[in-house]
Design a protein around this ligand. Structure first.
Ligand code: SF4
Length: 102
């Protein structure tokens, strides 16, 4: 799967605001919103190709059981995102998926 970045921080949005979270930013989006603050994850070539297992391993390295799958638009890689979500939930992680919904 194409990964823009994986990092640990505090959730800044939504009902989990303030909670420690591992963010998995999937690369690519088919929209070009004028307010977008993550264009580096929308276009260009700044991404890593990683297996779902490798992404799960990097998430585990942070020791945090809460994960936010974001983008870009993560559902462009729906098959891979679903596989990652299935793997993580089977291991007891709590997951949030951020999508534009289109
Ligand atoms: S949908 Fe999100 S990631 Fe895509 S261009 Fe709009 S703000 Fe950026």
């Amino acid at each position: 799967m194409k990964i823009s970045e994986i990092f640990f921080s505090l959730q800044g949005e939504g009902i989990e605001i303030g909670l420690p979270t591992v963010f998995v930013r999937l690369f690519a989006c088919d929209l070009r919103c004028s307010w977008c603050d993550t264009m580096y994850a929308v276009e260009g070539r700044d991404f890593k190709d990683m297996t779902v297992g490798a992404v799960a391993e990097e998430i585990a390295s942070y020791g945090c059981r809460r994960v936010c799958i974001t983008g870009g638009e993560p559902l462009i890689q729906a098959k891979e995102a679903a596989a990652l979500a299935a793997m993580l939930t089977a291991e007891g992680y709590s997951i949030v998926l951020e999508t534009s919904g289109h």
